[in-house]
Design a protein around this ligand. Sequence first.
Ligand code: FAD
Length: 473
Amino acid sequence: MSETYDVIVIGGGPAGYPAAIRAAQLGFKTVCIDAWLNMDNTPAFGGTCLNAGCIPSKALLESSELVHRAQHEFDKHGISTGPVSFDLAKMQARKTKVSRDLTGGIKALFQANKVTGLFGYGRLLGDGKVEYKDHDGKTSELVGKHIVIATGSAPVNLKIAPFDGDKIIDSWGALDMTEVPKRLGVIGAGVIGTELGSVWNRLGAKTVVIEAMPTFLPMVDQAIAKETLKHLTKQGLDIRLGAKVLGAKTGADGVTVEYEQNGETKSEVFDKLIVAVGRRPYTDGVGAKELGVAIDERGFVKVDAHYKTNVPGIYAVGDVIGNPMLAHKAIEEGVALAEQLAGHHTQLNYNAIPSVIYTSPEVAWVGLSEEQAKAAGYEVKTGTASFVPSGRAKAMEMNVGLCKVIADVKTDRILGVHMVGPHTSEMIAESVLALEYSATCEDIALTMHSHPSLSETFHDAVLLVDGRAVHAV
Ligand code: FAD
């Protein structure tokens, strides 16, 4: 006998588990199947984000930042600690506990909302049927009216530097190192490469980041990207741009990476090499292709504006349907889909998705950069305020960075906000709201910001767009 559901969600990451919870809240009989196994073979909901992505990386970024601040900033506050040391095993145990607490929370949410949570694999069989295989290999069949593919993404494995799980590792391996490598190489200076490079650099690894693109963070406004590069370089991250990796070989001495830069072939030896060149949509084994679900040339499941695939009754959300591969985008898609299944009208604004790089200082942006706005044909006006004179940032000993506002000359509407500075991951929320509400510079100029606060720098940047800031030039 097959168990019958209204909604079957395959994948319990940030796209799948909120889809399942919201569907159940809306009255659907819902099951969520998730295949994730942690390195110690324990199953967990939460997908990449909670187990091997957003959360563990932020836990280690926080710990390593505290080490850095204790070593370099406490003295300025008049705090003496003596030599600062750290216990990496304890740091890693805290990271694991943070993740496990949160993944356990999903289990509790499933129970509270009456979602059936199953650990194991889901595979589409057609005609509303899904094969469920648990981690012991036992199979059964489920039947569902609506089936959601939320199988996420996986790290891209480079043929010229393939993962070996030991010296050449992916982002998950990089979050799980039990020793600080003396010499660390990172291929890729994107979000994940710079975050993980920062963690280990702060903990003492001599870190070289090799990036094929000649431009640092091309998706970020270049004034902000240049400011970021300056600060990361000052912290000791050796970021080599326009450096194309030719190959990586492991040996007794470590990993030798050969790369080409400025027409010259160079090589560098590392103890560990993190390959962080992007992620690919993951549909392995889910049976989508076999069932005729349309998949594009890059491997993303094709969906319409309502997350419907070309096969009736099958939907997809999250990393598996396309960029940006971000947890908050995945969550909102999961919730929007569940609401649509219940007949509600929901629509996400893909022009107002915030992005953050949790380095120190943090980089955060939403909407268009100046370069993108000009390329899109806008006549732009911009305002850039520095965090250097900010009273709050100074009091925090974190007065570095810039906030740049990009606006449309014709309508005064804010098109984008890009910033690097203290706690910009939190500050960006106001800019997201500004874009969501189609705010003009005038709207923000007339909005009061508390003093002293970091958000005053955003206010100043807006005022600078029209040259009327009192506290900034
Ligand atoms: P996933 O989280 O990948 O979840 C998919 C789930 O489906 C997995 O549990 C997988 O095991 C399961 N699955 C796959 N196939 C099957 C099957 N056949 N049957 C059952 N289950 C299956 N994003 C941010 O927004 N902020 C950040 O700070 C951030 N930091 C990151 C740091 C790192 C190091 C990495 C790698 C990623 C980070 N991300 C961050 C990206 C974020 O993790 C993803 O965008 C997010 O996890 C996507 O959610 P998802 O549900 O689509 O996919």
